[in-house]
Design a binder for this molecule. Structure first.
Ligand SMILES: [Zn+2]
Length: 847
């Protein structure tokens, strides 16, 4: 599962009715805020202190589910699945006479014990969540038996749950089946993790269960189906439907079972002799290979590095509408959110390699070897997260990999402000809490430290051993540790204990001094050791003296420790953790001179970035360095330099202005050109009007969006007329930019444009558009019409994405003085099943 996209949207946010966020260039960035800080600061317990809930054990293995055969068809009107499930089981160890299955919200029609072609009806009890079946006799562990359950699944009638990573847990989703929305294809898809497969078939819904599976899907013959494993055949039925048969021959966990059904274009690719297919909406047929086309190379890279070939019968990737997560690693058939469908021009600005690598790596870590319990989720997610680094390092080089590392660190540190838990967490409150930046970002960074600790050869040898030893089975963290210990011969309990089993991270204060040929380095661990350990940290100190770099390995083991090194001359730079591998907050005071040396000589992204950001706090004193940064090879440094100039007034600095103009026109990266356009807009519009006009014709949508904002900001009389030519554009950045301009400047004449765009937009784009619409409604009272209220009410009540429902609710709040709206808002609040929104709505309506 990939949660990044949604964690960015992570809410628990303000109900501020701001206009569109036009400068946002990625996904919604509604930031998490904590309203508990003030209240809790009055006690001695920090807000992030670990919370101890009850112990969560792994599921007891009572029966072993060996095989599942499903025959499914659909009632489109009722949005039901009609299923016949044949389950073959045996007692796990102890003799059993009762079988308990997970089956959420079904109508159970019959339960039979099958013997050849005969069946015996079995007695059962069903409480809506668990199906308890009385077997005809006691079975021993060497006796298999098969039962058949005839049932109807009714996912839309379940009470909703969910998490930041997976926004709903209905298991089975029907998208526009009756074709009521002309802007959406018709689709049916499933999402099993964590325990939602049992909302579409009866099973033992636990990650430590494994089964093989046959699925027969009966559907209108215009649809394409996808499921796990091999496509065996498609049979035409007399009633105009067809039945597609998919066979998963190797065992996998029930949460990894999947179906996706839609009107798809299937773009074929291959790795070695395996089929690699990309399922996209027909409109994206020609660009699917440009989005997903690195998959075979990734499969080769990961197979070779791990020494374990990609384990499944094929690899397919399917894009679905209104997905409840970023993506999901179903065995041999990963599902992705619709944002992965890009047109040629969008491809200039964006690649999705990270998320593609993430789901692919799960096929080993998660699918072949599966976490035993949700408490051990990092055994799935830390690896998938780290694969993004591995791929970036291999394909795009050290800077891109380091950028991924920085991103992970900031995600984790942001979360650590309010939450510090051990990443292996037996005492979570709710299993969905496990899908956080501890399991993902921190987990990935820990694996990187483990790799640096044991070395590349031992790292991959240990992973090979771990995968080979545990394939088709489930694991807890001790099994990972023991694999590394068996291979390296070292006792690694200390490493696993401090990083996997304890909360928090090192907070280090580093000071250095030089005297008489000796460099002295003092390292203090300042983290609160009531909750966090004193860390053992092996790392390198890099020292530049007389222009030459030397690396000194040290091992920090104490809360306050001093190291000395012989160094012949006064060093130009002392760089703590020369490899930049440590997950920590490090405060190391350096002079401006040292930082300048670091910027020009470290040749590593993170130290360059650190030096640039510190020095750029006083941009007027560092103009040469900032200007040099604008020519850096790596885009993020150029972008950082531009952002550093936001508060600087260039006045008569013609050279700098001309450099920024040059970046705006010619930088090879669209986002950097866009940043330069935004900077020039902030520096005082009119002068650069021709440049902004040129930006409107740029190939990159990011630059066009920046051009729209910048041109509008000049106050040019022809702005409305000039910018209206983008009204037909579908790209999210452009629509967001135009909508934020219209929100502030346009009158009732743009009402239809807003309404049409809202109907056509999706996902994060729709979220931003609704934000702009709120501001537009606030200044255009006459547009508060019944049809506006109806459209927003429908979105607030029925949209699959909780943040879209929330944005629609916010727009309605702007109109709360209109007749009937206050009642609608209460109605929406009463119907909302998502806990996060319920709390938010309560606050908003009770203010
Ligand atoms: Zn994942």
């Amino acid at each position: 599962m990939n949660h990044r996209f949604l964690s960015i949207v992570g809410l628990a946010t303000t109900m501020a009715l701001a206009g569109g966020c036009a400068t946002n260039k990625e996904a919604p960035s509604v930031s998490k805020t904590s309203d508990t800080t003030i209240a809790e600061a009055q006690t001695d317990v920090p807000v992030w202190a670990p919370k101890k809930h009850a112990f969560n054990p792994s599921r007891t293995r009572v029966h072993d589910l060996l095989h599942t055969t499903l025959r499914v068809s659909f009632d489109w009107q009722k949005q039901h699945l009609n299923g016949i499930a044949e389950l073959t089981l045996k007692p796990y160890f102890y003799p059993q006479k009762t079988l308990v299955l997970d089956a959420k919200g079904f109508d159970i029609k019959s339960v039979y014990l099958l013997k050849g072609n005969d069946g015996t009806q079995l007695k059962y009890a069903y409480d809506g969540m668990k199906l308890t079946i009385d077997l005809d006799r006691t079975y021993n562990r060497d006796e298999k038996y098969t039962i058949e359950i005839n049932y109807t699944a009714k996912p839309n009638e379940l009470a909703a749950g969910g998490s930041d990573a997976i926004t709903q847990d209905k298991g089975l989703y029907f998208i526009n089946l009756l074709g009521e929305d002309p802007n959406k294809p018709r689709q049916i898809w499933t999402q099993g993790e964590t325990e939602a497969s049992s909302a579409w078939f009866p099973t033992i819904d636990a990650p430590n269960e494994r089964m093989t599976q046959d699925i027969y899907i009966t559907i209108d013959k215009n649809f394409t189906t996808l499921s796990n494993g091999t496509f065996v055949y498609s049979r035409q039925n007399a009633d105009g439907t067809k039945t597609d048969y998919w066979k998963q021959e190797l065992p996998h966990a029930p949460y990894l079972a999947m179906m996706a059904i839609g009107e798809y274009a299937v773009v074929k690719d291959k790795w070695r002799n395996l089929e690699v297919n990309y399922y996209v909406e027909p409109e994206y047929k020609n660009t699917a290979k440009k989005v997903f086309g690195n998959t075979p190379e990734m499969m080769e890279f990961f197979s070779k590095k791990l020494g374990v070939n990609y384990p499944w019968a094929k690899y397919s990737q399917v894009v679905v509408r209104d997905f409840v997560s970023g993506a999901m690693e179903n065995t041999s058939a990963s599902t992705f959110m619709e944002d992965l469908q890009l047109n040629e021009r969008e491809l200039l600005d964006k690649n999705w390699d990270g998320i593609i690598a993430h789901e692919l790596f799960h096929q080993w870590f998660g699918d072949l070897v599966t976490t035993e319990s949700w408490a051990n989720l990092p055994l799935n997610e830390a690896f998938a997260n780290y694969s993004e680094y591995l791929w970036a390092e291999h394909k795009y080089g050290a800077d891109e990999a380091a950028y991924a590392q920085m991103d992970e660190l900031s995600q984790y540190l942001e979360e650590a402000q309010t939450k510090r838990e051990p990443i292996i967490r037996y005492h979570y409150g709710d299993k969905e809490e496990m899908f956080d930046s501890h399991s993902y970002a921190k987990g990935g960074r820990i694996l990187h430290m483990l790799r640096k600790l044991v070395g590349d050869e031992a790292f991959y040898a240990s992973l090979n051993y771990y995968l080979t030893k545990n394939k088709f089975s489930d694991v807890e963290v001790a099994e990972l540790r023991m694999a590394f210990e068996d291979v390296t011969g070292e006792d690694l309990m200390w490493f696993f204990d401090q990083w996997f089993m304890k909360p928090g991270h090192p907070e280090l204060k580093v000071d250095h001094s030089y005297q008489n040929g000796q460099l002295t380095l003092r390292v203090q661990q300042l983290q609160d050791t009531t909750y966090m350990p004193v860390y053992r940290l092996p790392l390198e100190i890099s020292v530049w003296a007389s222009g030459k770099r030397t690396n000194h390995p040290i091992e920090i083991t104490k809360a306050d420790q001093t190291f000395t090194f012989p160094v012949a001359t006064q060093p130009e730079l002392v760089l703590f953790d020369g490899e930049q591998q440590l997950l920590a907050v490090v405060e190391h005071n350096k002079s401006a001179e040292e930082l300048r040396y670091q910027f020009y000589n470290s040749k590593q992204l993170i130290p360059e970035f650190e030096a640039l950001t510190k020095l750029a706090e006083k941009p007027a004193q560092e103009l040469k360095l900032i200007q040099d940064a604008l020519s850096n090879d790596y885009w993020f440094i150029r972008s950082t330099a531009l952002n550093a100039l936001a508060d600087y007034k260039p006045e008569n600095n013609a050279a700098l202005v001309s450099k920024v103009e040059q970046v705006a026109k010619t930088d090879k990266k669209g986002t950097v050109r866009a940043d330069a356009v935004y900077l020039l807009a902030g520096w005082g519009g009119d002068k650069y009007k021709p440049l902004f006009e040129a930006a409107l014709n740029d190939s990159s949508y990011h630059v066009v969006a920046a051009g729209i904002i910048a041109y509008a900001a000049t106050g040019a009389e022809d702005a409305m007329q000039k910018l209206s030519r983008f009204e037909k554009e579908k790209n999210e950045n452009v629509v967001t930019a135009l909508s934020s301009y219209y929100a502030m400047q346009a009158g009732p004449e743009k009402y239809d444009w807003f309404m049409n765009k809202i109907k056509q937009s999706k996902g994060s784009g729709l979220y931003y558009l609704l934000q702009s619409f709120s501001a537009y409604l606030a200044s255009n009272n006459e547009t508060n019409k019944p049809e506006t209220i109806a459209l927003l009410t429908n979105l607030a009540q029925n949209h699959n994405l909780y943040y879209v429902r929330m944005a629609a609710f916010q727009s309605l709040m702007v109109m709360s003085d209109q007749p009937g709206v206050a009642e609608k808002l209460q109605e929406i609040r009463a119907q909302e099943k998502d806990k996060r929104l319920i709390d938010m709505y309560k606050q908003a309506l009770e203010q």
